[in-house]
Design a protein around this ligand. Structure first.
Ligand SMILES: Cc1cc2nc3c(=O)[nH]c(=O)nc-3n(C[C@H](O)[C@H](O)[C@H](O)COP(=O)(O)OP(=O)(O)OC[C@H]3O[C@@H](n4cnc5c(N)ncnc54)[C@H](O)[C@@H]3O)c2cc1C
Length: 407
């Protein structure tokens, strides 16, 4: 009878536990916390955005981009949807984002933990794995006071993001000792700290277009809701640029985000904005501040007017040409110099990790150590905001579970 140990009762470990178990094996799930799925409860603001119907591989990133399609492909994605269907989860789908119909992350967490228990997997909570050794084709999994000997191990200990949930990066160290190469790990999906901050706009959320420039070259654009904070800028569209920024800053590149506060006019030529503002102020017979306040948050207008150094009580036509140009620049291309990012403590995920080259992407088995499997955020593949990171966790858990189950 095969004895299988799964280390980490988070998203990927719970799924691989369920799939691993059959009548002829013994499966033990080790979780350092008193309960499994602590991070899961925080996902999607407590609602768990567990999948996205747009599975274009451009939403996934890795230091081995060519290998992504071996993992994220139609056949595999179907396995994830089938798993959730069989778990009895009914989705509530909005703008491609899947949530449980209850809109509660606890629905997903409870369903997974209940299914782990029902399938006969032994859960050992408060078990912190400190080391794994392989001797005579057997693994010895050690905590400070206990050893478990087994045939196969699935490591699902997560990355370094939100370490208070239990994923503090210890899994990378265990894998390094087992001769795995860990590509540099960066925090990902977090807010960005700006050189100048504006207390006037703290707390404002607004639909914008963000354009990231690295050393003056356009790197990526994102549309969506930005959140303006004490330290700089946050929100989903910022998160999706943060991975590029953190690596760029680490490589001494200059990272600048330009904000377009009126993205709905993105299709017009730069020289047409003047005419648009002239027409608006003339038609409404209102000062430039009042005109802008009818379009965007008044707190943003205050910042834009102040930064443009103009008198907001004037009509647009009363401004000098330089003032008009400055105002338009700040309205459609407001410059934010990024000096730092939030840390691992606030990042939703991490980039980098175990190189995909060292993993059989059909089974998640290590190519370095036989019968060792690696899942979830430990792997060097990261997704954008929108259910992609949990998809990586579910899918790698399913593939590892199937493989140890000899399915
Ligand atoms: C605030 C927040 C919101 C998020 N929202 C979303 C979202 O809506 N959609 C989405 O797709 N993704 C979201 N994510 C990302 C997603 O939660 C993770 O990508 C996913 O949980 C990773 O799964 P995992 O199995 O690799 O690791 P985790 O879920 O982190 O699980 C790892 C587990 O291993 C345990 N562990 C660690 N080391 C040991 C050890 N040595 N011994 C025993 N146990 C150990 C930990 O305690 C933990 O329970 C969010 C993340 C955060 C922080």
């Amino acid at each position: 009878m095969d004895k299988i140990v799964i280390i980490g009762g988070g998203a990927s470990g719970l799924v691989s536990s369920i799939i691993s178990k059959n009548k002829n094996n013994k499966v033990i799930l080790l979780e350092r916390n008193k309960d499994c799925g602590k991070k899961l409860l925080m996902t999607g603001n407590g609602r768990c955005n567990y999948f996205n119907s747009n599975q274009d591989i451009s939403n996934y990133h890795s230091n081995n981009p060519l290998l992504i399609k071996e993992f994220i492909n139609t056949k595999n994605i179907y396995k994830v949807l089938t798993f959730f269907d069989q778990l009895g989860i009914t989705p509530k789908i909005k703008d491609n984002l899947y949530y449980p119909f209850s809109k509660q992350a606890v629905t997903i967490k409870n369903a997974l933990v209940e299914e782990v228990k029902r399938s006969g997997v032994i859960i050992k909570n408060s078990f912190l794995v400190e080391d794994i050794k392989k001797e005579n084709n057997k693994f010895i999994v050690k905590s400070s006071n206990e050893e478990i000997i087994c045939d196969k191990v699935i490591i699902s200990t997560g990355s370094k993001s939100y370490p208070k949930t239990g994923s503090d990066g210890n899994g990378y160290k265990i894998l390094e000792k087992l001769d795995h190469k860990i590509n540099k790990v960066y925090p990902n999906l977090m807010g960005l700290k700006t050189k100048f901050t504006y207390k006037d706009w703290v707390g404002v959320r607004s639909e914008v277009k963000l354009s990231l420039y690295e050393d003056n070259k356009l790197k990526k654009c994102e549309y969506g809701e930005a959140q303006f904070t004490k330290y700089g800028i946050s929100g989903i569209c910022t998160f999706n640029l943060s991975g590029y920024v953190v690596e760029g800053l680490d490589n001494n590149k200059r990272e600048v985000i330009k904000i377009n506060f009126i993205p709905f006019l993105d299709y017009i030529e730069i020289n047409e904005y003047k005419e648009w503002l002239l027409n608006k102020t003339k038609k409404l017979n209102l000062s430039i501040s009042k005109v802008l306040e009818r379009i965007i948050n008044y707190k943003l207008v205050n910042v834009i007017i102040k930064e443009s150094n103009i008198d907001g009580d004037k009509l647009f036509s009363e401004l000098t040409r330089e003032e008009q140009n400055k105002l338009i620049e700040n309205l459609i291309s407001f410059n934010l110099d990024i000096i730092d990012t939030n840390s691992f403590d606030e990042a939703q995920t991490c980039s980098g990790g175990v190189s995909l080259e060292e993993i059989n992407l059909n089974t998640m088995e290590s190519k370095i150590v036989n019968n060792l499997y690696i899942t979830g955020e430990l792997l060097d593949i990261v997704g954008d905001c929108g259910g992609y990171n949990l998809t990586i966790a579910w899918l790698s858990g399913i593939l590892a579970g199937r493989s140890v189950n000899n399915d």
